[in-house]
Design a protein around this ligand. Structure first.
Ligand code: HEC
Length: 135
């Protein structure tokens, strides 16, 4: 009898632990992070640090944390002009990503605006839709 109690206690606690673990790991890799890893990471790197002289960082830049319309347009239209980011000049080509859905763009921009030390408000699907329509 004692063994049965011990065994069922073991299963009870392990299922409780398994359940508390799951949502936590899901929250870490949210939809925005998945889009980032698939479409942006190769150039802007996992930590958003970019690559010197090639791809600018996404850490505390005016572009990432500033005007949302300008930021949404970077993803929709790409960027190809000399820009200065945190004191360093970049003049490379970022390809347009207009093949991403409004939801994917809102997710990835919300992700970068709240990662890499950034603290800017989310970008909604509606805002992306509006900018795309105004293109
Ligand atoms: C092929 C490489 C490449 C990919 C893929 C790429 N970028 Fe870029 N990105 C660049 C380059 C290069 C620039 C700077 C362009 C210039 O100099 O005009 C840039 C600029 C930016 C900027 C503005 C400058 C800054 O650092 O704040 C943002 C924001 C940005 N990218 C976000 C993204 C996001 C989000 C994705 C994924 C959806 C992405 N990029 C995918 C290469 C890339």
């Amino acid at each position: 009898m004692r063994i049965v109690v011990a065994v069922s206690l073991f299963f009870l606690t392990s299922t409780v632990f398994a359940q508390t673990k799951k949502p936590a790991s899901k929250a870490v890799a949210g939809p925005g992070q998945q889009v980032y890893e698939q479409y942006c990471l190769t150039c802007h790197q996992a930590d958003g640090g970019g690559v010197p002289n090639l791809n600018p960082p996404l850490k505390q830049t005016d572009w990432v944390q500033g005007d949302k319309t300008r930021l949404i347009n970077v993803v929709l239209k790409g960027l190809q002009e000399p820009i200065e980011i945190n004191g360093e000049t970049f003049d490379n080509v970022m390809p347009a990503h207009d093949f991403l859905s409004d939801k994917e763009i809102s997710d990835v921009l919300t992700f970068i605006r709240s990662s890499f030390g950034n603290k800017a408000e989310p970008v909604s699907v509606e805002e992306v839709k509006k900018v795309r329509a105004a293109k």
